[in-house]
Design a protein around this ligand. Structure first.
Ligand code: SAM
Length: 212
């Protein structure tokens, strides 16, 4: 994600009704925000939020929360949502490491990880959103039967992610190294911004779905 300082982005986020600015206060009560009991799916590292808004438009009976650490990126999603006004989307600007402070046990039904930052140095492995440290955090907030779905074109990151699954006490439900040519897993696939960019260059897209 190319980062530019977008002047006024913090203010725009603070003012938006679609951004939850004190997310810790919402812990255990996220359903109240949406005013229904529908399942809640989150995307960690949503970037400009195209995927999550497309998903929300397609699935009005699911609530979506997009998480992004940079306000300069998140503000683009907020601007788009101000136009679309999808009732089932909210955004949180936060560092995903503290996700357990924001969501209660079992409050979330699915976690999407799309084209996560690779953190290629070994000493930064714990920062990868697919590391066992993060899987432990997702375990805390996911409901029984909840899943994590991860897509990337980065084969090294994907191989790391696959190797983390078992030691973390999870299991692989579905896996492909070429999503767009996998008829079953590609059915209903909604492309992310990065997915469109990298698949246009000819890069195969890897995907797994895991559960405990
Ligand atoms: N998911 C989008 C897509 O597929 O088009 C964006 C992918 S972009 C490479 C990764 C995004 O994740 C960046 O915007 C980055 O700021 C965000 N991100 C990475 N680590 C994060 C973390 N620990 N907490 C919150 N956001 C994070």
């Amino acid at each position: 994600m190319r980062l530019r300082n977008v002047p006024g982005s913090r203010e725009a986020i603070a003012e938006s009704i679609y951004a939850i600015n004190e997310p810790e206060k919402q812990k255990g009560n996220w359903k109240e925000i949406f005013g229904n009991n529908n399942p809640i799916h989150i995307e960690v590292g949503m970037g400009k939020g195209r995927f999550i808004m497309d998903m929300a438009a397609l699935n009005p009976d699911i609530n979506y929360i997009g998480i992004e650490k940079f306000s300069s990126v998140l503000v683009r999603g907020i601007q788009k949502q101000e136009e679309l006004q999808l009732p089932n989307v909210r955004f949180v600007r936060m560092e995903a490491e503290v996700i357990e402070d924001v969501f209660d046990k079992g409050e979330i039904d699915r976690v999407y990880l799309n084209f996560s930052d690779p953190w290629p140095k070994d000493r930064h492995a714990k920062r990868r959103l697919e590391s066992r440290e993060f899987l432990r955090r997702y375990d805390q907030i996911l409901a029984e039967g909840g899943t994590v779905e991860f897509k990337t074109d980065n084969r090294d990151l994907f191989d790391f992610a696959v190797e983390e699954v078992e030691p973390a006490g999870w299991k692989i439900d579905e896996l492909t190294y070429d999503l767009h040519h996998d008829e079953k897993m590609n059915e209903g696939n909604v492309m992310t911004e990065y997915e469109e960019r990298f698949s246009a260059k000819g890069n195969p897209i890897c995907k797994y779905i895991i559960s405990r």
